[in-house]
Design a protein around this ligand. Structure first.
Ligand code: HEM
Length: 610
């Protein structure tokens, strides 16, 4: 009898009462359906939207990533109520209310409950999902691992890992003669690997090779989570022996073992455990003071937490930023100029050179403005959630106990009322006078959240992103491949559904360029001006390359459109019979290299008999 009463209360009475309470405040939403709430509509809309491919220059991605929110907002307004099964979800987009909630007393609002599967990825005893005194104890112990001094040491790791990746790229390129100057890379895959390598080395003194098991298992668990999020959650069902649960249990065991191996090898190999995140946590294990102590179980969960938080978000930040810079070549050139000026063309950056792109002056710099704009438009964390522990008041709203509140950052970050009429456009200059003046609300950009629970890894993330981008721009020009499909999706973070295939072209001058030209069967004459390149054209053909006036290369030309010509004679000393010479008149070397590399893709390219 009691079970029937409880079921009635949960399935019928509570949804009915809460719907009425919200309606009285003018808050409407899609109709609650017994047990399932609005899950089926949500799943259907998400499935349909994932079939759409957006125009690559469109940053209006909210309707594709969250089609259900988009539709409900247009029907019920920006504050609306919907049902995740039997759980009431209140969606709020007002930055003032968000600010009040995020900086409010944790007695009223806490991190919202999440599915047990997700806890397997990040650990229930890790910082992200702890509350109260336990959260404060963990945060106190972990804060020093992200101090500026520690970050300087970590910069070296970031540089080394990035160098390793770029060297690998160069080696692959020279092996593949058919690709010549061009390399095709999926930035999503490359950056996932790189950021995993960095966090594994910088925080745990391990490496991608050692951490690989953890990352692979986390990615598998992530897929299981996304699958199960589409299903109705009934408490207790996580213990049923379903195929999905078996898989989750197995992956969970595997991940715990991999993390434990990393922890054990540190315990065995060092006496003072070191100063990185793992070392700091292990030292706390031996503390006499309860408020400074972590247990081994808590450390294992923190490791899972930082492995996940440390690579997933950063990888997405880098992937979307390179996508944007490939689309907006003018900004790519501006950043490259800035990097050359601040950090040099060939020098490997260190913490001193990178401090020129330093955090205190963040907003004055173009690279920083670009990252802020990328985080605004494609921030990896697309929404924040909190749960009301008690009946609470938020601004004019009365929020009943147990309601989950959702802040859709992806929508708020492109709201025209907050960001102005160009909210959907990529315009880093909006951050010229600092983040708090970029919109009409000082806390409009909530990428790293605000208040006591704001991201602990924010400085780490920004330094890593700057290091990687600096080194990438020093060496390569980036362009989106024709295969790129613009399809951002929600996969716990905002990620590209089909990756970001990109064409990378070496961008450095002099020695590197010479070697690239020679390597790729193009000889170059010793004279610097005009710049001359040999190509393997069939004899007696003339070739015309036309540079579109809007292309960044065009600014190097004396006339807006430059037509290159073929000299039918050939220098017998340097090239075989049949080679012909193309002169790029008035174009500096970098541009010439780019043009050759992109032959036939970005340029009108015609060949005719002479
Ligand atoms: C672009 C990169 C990143 C973004 C956009 C990001 C975003 C966020 C956001 C929005 C929160 C707050 C969530 C909430 O209030 O509900 C958060 C918390 C957190 N982040 Fe990050 N994060 C990034 C990188 C990192 C990195 C690199 C690390 C660690 C190395 C990290 C570790 C954490 C942790 C542990 C928390 C929980 C803090 C607490 O509850 O006290 N994050 N992050």
């Amino acid at each position: 009898m009691e079970i029937i009463y409880d079921a009635f209360m949960i399935l019928v009475w509570r949804p009915f009462v809460l719907t009425r309470r919200f309606k009285k405040q003018g808050i409407l939403g899609p109709k609650y359906r017994i047990l399932y709430g609005n899950l089926s509509e949500m799943n259907r809309m998400k499935r349909e939207s994932q079939l759409l491919i957006l125009d690559r220059s469109s940053h209006d991605i909210f309707p594709r990533v969250f089609p259900h929110y988009h539709q409900w907002m247009s029907l019920y307004g920006e504050t609306f109520l919907y049902w995740d099964g039997t759980e009431p979800m209140l969606c709020i987009s007002d930055p003032e209310l968000v600010k009040q909630m995020l900086s409010s007393n944790s007695d009223f609002f806490v991190r919202a409950k999440i599915r047990p599967e997700f806890l397997k990825i990040v650990g229930s005893k890790g910082l992200t999902f702890l509350e109260g005194v336990d959260w404060a104890r963990h945060r106190r112990i972990l804060n020093p691992a992200f101090s500026i001094d520690r970050l300087k040491v970590m910069t070296k790791v970031m540089v080394d890992c990035t160098l390793r990746m770029l060297d690998e790229w160069s080696n692959q390129r020279s092996d593949d003669k058919t690709e010549k100057l061009l390399m095709k890379k999926d930035m999503d895959t490359e950056f996932r690997r790189l950021t995993a390598d960095i966090i594994a080395t910088a925080a745990f003194g391990s490496s991608y090779a050692q951490g690989i098991e953890v990352f692979r298992t986390q990615q598998e668990l992530e897929k299981c989570c996304v699958l199960s999020l589409a299903n109705l959650f009934l408490p207790g069902t996580q213990y049923l022996p379903t195929p999905l649960n078996f898989r989750i249990w197995k992956l969970d065991r595997k991940m715990k073992n991999s993390v434990k191996k990393i922890v054990d090898s540190r315990l065995e190999s060092e006496t003072d455990y070191g100063d990185d995140l793992l070392g700091i946590m292990l030292k706390s294990c031996e503390s006499e003071r309860k408020e400074r102590k972590l247990s081994i179980e808590e450390i294992i969960d923190e490791c899972k937490n930082f492995f996940f938080a440390g690579y997933e978000n950063n990888s997405n930040l880098l992937t979307w930023t390179t996508m944007l810079l490939s689309l907006h070549q003018d900004w790519q050139e501006k950043l490259r100029e800035e990097v050359f000026k601040e950090c040099g063309k060939d020098e490997t950056p260190n913490s001193d050179t990178l401090s020129k792109l330093k955090l205190e002056h963040v907003y004055a710099l173009q690279m920083n403005m670009v990252f802020m704009e990328s985080l605004r438009l494609y921030g990896p964390v697309s929404f924040l959630t909190r749960e009301a522990l008690k009946d609470s008041k938020l601004g004019h709203l009365e929020i009943p106990k147990g309601t989950t509140i959702i802040f859709p950052l992806l929508k708020m970050h492109r709201d025209k009322l907050i960001w102005g009429s160009d909210a959907h456009k990529f315009n880093p200059l909006r951050f010229e006078n600092g983040v708090s003046r970029a919109a009409n609300h000082p806390n409009a950009l909530l990428t790293f959240s605000i208040g006591p629970r704001a991201c602990i890894g924010q400085n780490f993330a920004m330094i890593e992103a700057k290091t990687v981008l600096t080194m990438l721009l020093q060496r390569f020009r980036l362009n989106l491949s024709d295969e790129y499909k613009h399809a951002p999706m929600d996969h716990l973070t905002v990620m590209p559904q089909y990756g970001v295939p990109t064409r990378a072209v070496l961008s450095t001058e002099t020695e590197t360029m010479k070697s690239v030209l020679l390597e790729t069967e193009m000889a170059w004459t010793a004279s610097w001006w005009p710049w001359k390149v040999w190509t393997q054209l069939p004899n007696k053909l003339s070739q015309t390359l036309t540079v579109p006036s809007e292309h960044p290369v065009a600014k190097y030309l004396e006339v807006p459109i430059q037509v290159t010509h073929v000299t039918p004679s050939c220098n017998k000393n340097s090239r075989e019979e049949g080679s012909q010479m193309i002169s790029f008149l008035s174009i500096p070397p970098v541009a010439a290299i780019g043009m050759v590399a992109e032959l036939g893709e970005n340029f009108t390219h015609s060949t005719e008999s002479v």
